[in-house]
Ligand binder design. Structure first.
Ligand code: ADP
Ligand code: MG
Length: 613
């Protein structure tokens, strides 16, 4: 209960007006519901022939209305009208009129209940939308380091599965939560008004029944949790088996995998057998207890009437029983809503883990402003590690405006990490990186990143048109700008040959394009952004020789008049660089111009010989 309130307090405030409307409609719906049952009283009395004839319509003084409801006078007048009806039209006709009256009341009740649900739906879907929006905003704002490979799947499962679980278990309960207490309350007031002794008796019995039903519910929850965990295991076995089918077959491991899967299935069956039997037990038990409750009330009420200890007539008593019966279901639903919320809470906590994650890329309160790049980028004694081991050790590097630095080295030597530090995808562990003498940690993130354009080995494209992929992240670009950027990147030709030219969709991650074409799109994007500093991380490594030439040519045009850091696998790309750094195990072991490095006959010479002899 407390948990449920906490969740509501967190997500519902934006929907105050809708909640108010919902409560109002529910309230009046409940009142019409109770009154519809009360019309049963005169119907029964007419049938039993116990209807007293009452004459003389009284004037009702409504001036005191909200303070003191003139209940007796109203009832008196109603009976007067019924008596008139019976005298002039006959009892049968009177029944028809009462029936119509009953139908009208029920129509109002159901109509109002629908209106209440109408607003609940808006709240429910709104809250789910809000949660998804919050997670997305958070994910986009978290630093790259937050998302390791194994975490991506987990985060996606939180964003889909857990949000869905919140929707199903918590939001489904929302209606119960606002509707049923109102129905129960209104009905109880009516019951107390009809007979307080009987209602007191009910109050004693209810908790006893509730306790028994509650016990079953609790074990249901435990078992359903175990079932979900087991289901997760089954799913991951299936997933693993399909993606590893090649290995399973090659190693003749089908039998072993079959046995594993069969065992998991068997365990799941056992859990579900017990769970569902419990589940089906809950229903008869609660039905049985409900009946015992009704019979007890019937016995107690009956004895009150027989002993004439209550001013309840048999017809009143029947209506009382109907009202009482009508709150048993809301009470049951309300208690099961509480369980359901418990189930959703686990998911809510998982989602919170993301929402409350903190970014370790911190921007100062009063960041310095920078609008352009004038002098140099400097790495000073930079060290960095992802985990235990240092990936970069004491790197010193100066990149002056207009120059090109090339970085070569074996895979895993830390080249990508080195350039990832510049846009602050990660922060240095010690040392500093500065642009024009300002530590990049003192700058605004957006302004820092505005200074650079990045082209990676694996071009990152979105499922959108050529135009939008090239103009990505930029406002106010003209069609002409995009086109001339594409021309510089040698992409114009193949783009206009597609069906809709610049407005053709490139498919998921550019799936409809060749590697070279994708790369030229991402170069066009960098050209259009026109950043002063350029980072090329093995931009041509994934390409065949033919498309490499086109891309190489595009890159040469892109780098013209710019300051660049180029990581390259093929040395042909970098022979003209102003400085070439050779990295090994996170250190720069050789540096200098191409010719100088060849003469010292070190690592660089070895790479060179490998590629050219
Ligand atoms: P290169 O680009 O030269 O191939 P990287 O900079 O990508 O090298 O990687 C340097 C080292 O850091 C490697 O040992 C790699 O395993 C490790 N590494 C790279 N990225 C991560 C990461 N996100 N988390 C942990 N370790 C990483
Ligand atoms: Mg790399």
């Amino acid at each position: 209960m407390k948990d449920a309130l906490k969740i509501f307090k967190r997500y519902l405030p934006p929907y105050k007006s809708k909640i108010t409307l919902n409560i109002i409609f529910n309230f009046f719906g409940a009142i019409f519901g109770v009154f519809s049952f009360v019309t049963l009283i005169p119907v029964l009395e007419i049938l039993f022939g116990t209807q007293e004839k009452v004459y003389g319509v009284k004037d009702i003084d409504f001036s005191i209305f909200p303070l003191n409801i003139p209940k007796d006078d109203i009832i008196h007048n109603i009976y007067c009208y019924i008596t008139q009806l019976m005298d002039t039209q006959g009892s049968a006709r009177a029944l028809v009129y009462l029936g119509i009256f009953f139908i009208v009341l029920v129509l109002f009740k159901t109509g109002l209940t629908f209106l209440a649900s109408f607003f609940i739906v808006a709240i429910r879907n709104g809250v789910v939308r809000d949660i998804r929006n919050q997670i997305y905003i958070k994910i986009i704002s978290l630093p790259i380091g937050f998302f390791s490979e194994e975490r991506k799947g987990d985060i996606i499962s939180r964003m889909t599965g857990d949000v869905q679980e919140i929707e199903h278990s918590i939001m489904n309960s929302l209606e119960m939560f606002f509707k049923n207490p109102i129905i129960i309350l209104v009905s109880l007031i009516a019951m107390i008004a009809m007979s307080w002794q009987l209602t007191l008796f009910v109050f004693i019995l209810f908790p006893v029944a509730g306790l028994i039903i509650g016990r079953i519910g609790k074990s249901l929850k435990r078992r359903s949790m175990a079932g979900q965990i087991k289901m997760g295991e089954i799913l991951s076995t299936v997933e693993e088996s399909i993606s590893g089918l090649r290995i399973i077959k090659a190693f003749n491991a089908e039998k072993i995998m079959q046995a594993r899967s069969r065992k998991e299935n068997e365990e799941y069956r056992n859990i579900m057998n017990r769970l569902m039997r419990r589940h089906f037990l809950a229903h008869p038990v609660s039905e049985f207890l409900g009946t015992v409750l009704i019979v007890s009330v019937m016995w107690y009420g009956g004895s009150l009437i027989l002993k004439n200890e209550s001013n309840l007539s048999p017809a009143d008593f029947m209506a009382y029983l109907v009202i009482f019966y009508s709150i048993i279901n809301p009470v049951k639903a309300f208690s099961s809503a509480l369980y359901s919320i418990q189930k959703g809470l686990a998911s809510s906590q998982r989602v919170d883990k993301i929402l409350h994650a903190t970014s370790n890329i911190i921007v100062k309160d009063n960041p310095k402003r920078i609008s352009g790049f004038t002098a140099s980028v400097q790495y000073k004694n930079v060290s960095f590690r992802y985990n235990q081991e240092y990936v970069l050790k004491n790197i010193n590097l100066t990149l002056e405006k207009g120059k090109t630095i090339a970085i070569v080295g074996q895979s895993g030597s830390g080249k990508s990490t080195l350039v990832d530090l510049l846009p602050r995808f990660y922060d240095v562990e010690s040392g500093s990186i500065s642009i024009d003498g300002i530590d990049i940690r003192d700058l605004r993130l957006d302004e820092l990143r505005n200074l650079m354009g990045i082209v990676n080995q694996e071009p990152i494209l979105f499922n959108d048109t050529f135009y939008n992929n090239i103009a990505f992240g930029l406002d106010h670009v003209s069609e002409k700008d995009v086109e001339s950027a594409a021309k510089v990147a040698n992409a114009h030709e193949f783009i206009i040959n597609t069906e809709f030219g610049y407005h053709s969709n490139i498919g998921d991650r550019g799936g409809k394009l060749s590697g070279g074409q994708r790369q030229r799109i991402s170069i066009a994007r960098a050209v259009l952004k026109n950043p002063p500093i350029l980072i090329l991380d093995e931009a041509t490594s994934a390409l065949d020789t033919e498309s490499e030439r086109l891309v190489q040519d595009a890159l040469a045009k892109l780098m013209k008049n710019r300051t660049s850091i180029v990581i390259a696998h093929r040395l042909s790309t970098i022979v003209h660089a102003d400085e070439i750094c050779v990295m090994q195990n996170g250190e720069i072991i050789e540096r200098g111009k191409h010719d100088e490095l060849l003469t010292i006959k070190g690592e660089y010479k070895k790479y060179y010989d490998l590629q050219y002899t």
